[in-house]
Design a binder for this molecule. Structure first.
Ligand SMILES: [Zn+2]
Length: 154
């Protein structure tokens, strides 16, 4: 993998995690430590599909099952079943949901109707420089307006 692709993916991974963190901290009642684990972790989690071996095929490919709303609903249900806390289920939903929505806006899209192999996309360059700056600005805005997490910059 060339350095440009590695940099692009790294920035996209971190951006998904930061958006997940901001949404979880801004819109759930979980504490900062739990918010960090759930927001950063589930904001990034769908891209763990990069670890699937190439020969597994559909749906275990990048932007396959882990980017499907049906899969996200199953994980949210599982999180609630295990934790019995609505705030944890909401945090998981915000982390996974933000990732799926952001990726669905990109040119590659996500399988909204999984298990059907159809995808829709808005064709936006959400992981390009402008999209990345906007997502970081929105995340910092959520954190600044709804938490004390970035009080050092205000
Ligand atoms: Zn993704």
């Amino acid at each position: 993998m060339d350095i440009g692709r590695l940099l692009f993916l790294s920035v996209a991974f971190v951006t998904h995690a930061v958006v997940g963190y901001a949404l979880v901290r801004g819109f759930t009642g979980v504490d900062q430590r739990t918010g960090a684990w759930l927001g950063l972790g589930f904001g990034f989690a769908p891209d763990a599909d990069f670890l699937f071996p190439a020969d597994w095929g559909w749906p275990f490919v990048h932007r396959g099952i882990t980017h499907a709303p049906l899969f996200a609903l199953a994980v949210v249900g599982g999180a609630y079943a295990v934790s019995r806390r609505r705030s944890v289920a909401l945090a998981v939903a915000l982390g996974l949901g933000s990732h799926i929505v952001i990726d669905s806006l990109s040119t590659m899209g996500v399988p909204w109707l999984f298990p059907l192999r159809l995808s829709w996309n808005a064709g936006l360059d959400v992981h390009g420089p402008i999209g990345t700056v906007l997502l970081w600005a929105l995340s910092i805005g959520v954190l600044a307006s709804r938490t004390d997490d970035v009080s050092w910059i205000t």
